[in-house]
Design a protein around this ligand. Sequence first.
Ligand code: FBP
Length: 555
Amino acid sequence: MKLSPLQTARYEYAPKLPGMLRNGIADICVNEGAETQSVADQEKIAALFPNTYGKKEIIFAKGQNTSAPKTHKVGVILSGGQAPGGHNVVCGLYDALKATNPENELYGFKGGPSGLIEDDYIIMTDEYIDQFRNTGGFDIIGSGRTKLETNEQFAIAAEVCKKHGITAIVIIGGDDSNTNAAILAEYMAANNTGVQVIGCPKTIDGDLKNEDIECSFGFDTATKTYSEIIGNIERDANSAKKYWHFIKVMGRSASHVALECALETQPNICLISEEVAAKKMSLSAIADYIADAVAKRAAKGMNFGVAIIPEGVVEFVPEFSVLIAEINELLAGAKADAFNALPTWADKYAFIEAGLTKESMEVFAILPQAIQQQLFLERDPHGNVQVSLIESEKLFSALVADKLAARKAAGTYNGKFGALHHFLGYEGRCAFPSNFDSDYCYSLGYNAFMLIQYGYTGYLSKISNLSEPANEWVAGGMPITKMMNIERRHGEDKPVIKKALVELDGAPFKYFEAHREEWAENTCFVYPGAIQYYGPTEVCDITTVTLALEQGKMK
Ligand code: FBP
C-alpha cells in the first residue's frame, strides 16, 4: 500500500497519556470513590441492574499495581458511525494489554457488534496494529449498527467468549451502544460468565457527554475539519461577494457540531435545533429569521453570507415533526408497498393528500418537491424517515428565496440572493485524528485495559480534566448505570444513557447568543485553517471552543 508522507509521520507520533498512566503498568494503583446513583429513576434502574448498579467511581493513581495476575483475552468492537481516533482506542488497549503480559491477546470483532455474535474476528498483532496508529477511520476491524440488545444475542455472545476464553469485551460506541454495553455487562454478571464489559465514549455528534464524560472522541477532529472547510467557504464568499452558502453539518439530533463550527468560524447564521424546539419556531419563522439577516446585509451592499444548518433541525420544528410522524403512520407496514406501487408522483401526491391532516398538508404543500419526495425515501430499520437524507440546506434556502421574493414584491428588499449548498458530514468522520483525539483515544483504550485488569465491569472508560495539558488529565472509570434514566422508546419504557442536547443556558450557547447579531449583520468570519499536527502546542493541542467555554477557560 502506498503511504502519504503524513501517514508515515503519524505512525511515529507517540500519543500523550495522563500523568498517572505514564509510569508503566506495574505502577498504576486504583482509588475507589463514593458509590454512585443513576441521574434519575434510581429505583427502576437499580432494579434492572441488580449486579452492576451503584458501583463506585474509580480513579487511577501512581502506586503499586495490586490487581490479581491473570492472562487476559479481550475482545473489542467498534459500533456505529466512524469517529476520528477509533484506531487509537484499539492501539491503546492493545499496548496496555501487551505491556502487562505479551501472552495477552486482543480479538477484534469485525463489522461492528454483529462480529461478536457471528464470531467473525481477527487476533491483533504488532505488525497489523502498527498500520493504524494515529490514523482516522474504523477500517482496522470495520464498524456496524447492529444493536446487541436481546437475551438471545447476549447468550450467543457469552458462548463466543467462552469458546475463545475471552474474559472482557470493550465496546467503542455512542449513547445507544454504551447503553447496550451496560445491559450486556449486567447479563454477563447475572449469568456468572466471568466476562467483563467496558465502554468507550465515541461519536462526532458530541451528544454523549455529562458531568462525568467531558466529551466523546471524534468531536474535536470532525468539527475542526468542518470548520476548516467553512472558513475556506467564508473566505471565498468574502472574496467573490456574490453567494449565500447554506452548509448543513452532521449531528443526527443534537446541534453541538453546528454550534462548535459557529464558535470557530463566526458565520452570519447558525441554526440551533434545541432553540428552534424551545421557541417552537415554525419553518416560516426560521425562514424569516434568515431572510432578515440577508436583507440587512443587502442593505449594506453585502449580498453574500454563510449559514450553518444542523442536520437534524427539521425534526425539532414542531409542525415538521408532526408531519414526519403522520408520514410514518401513513407508510406503516404494508401501506408502504401500496404507496411505492403508485406509478406517478401525481398519484402519490393524491395518496398523501388523502392521508395527512389539513395542518400537516399545509406544511407539506410549501416544501419544494425534491424535499417532499425525500420524506418518502427508504425508512430506517424502525420504520422512520431518515432525516439525514433530507436536504435541509436546500429546504431553508428555498424558503428564504420565497420570503425575499415576497419582500421584493412589497418593495422592502432590493438585494440579490444567489444560494449555494454544501453538506459536511462524511468528510470529517475519518480525518486523521487531531493530537487531542489521538491522545484522548489512546488514553481511553489504555485506561479501558486498566479497568479490566482491576476487575471492573459495566464501566465507561473515563478521562477527564481535558482542557488542561494531557499530563494533567485524570484517568478512571464511571459505572454506566450512573448516566442512565428511563425514557420512552418505541412505545416502551427503557433504561438509556441520557442524550446530551445543547443546553440553552450553557456557556457555549450563551457565548454564541451574545455575539450572533453582530456576526449576522457584519462580516466577522474567522478562518481556522487546517488541523496542525506538528508545531507549537498553542496551534497543535487546542481543544474545541465548546470545551474551553464549558470549563471556564474562555470568556
Ligand atoms: P454515531 O451516533 O453512531 O456516532 O453516528 C453519528 C453520525 O455520524 C451522525 O452524525 C449521522 O447522522 C449519522 O452518523 C450517519 O449515519 P450513517 O453512517 O449510517 O450514514
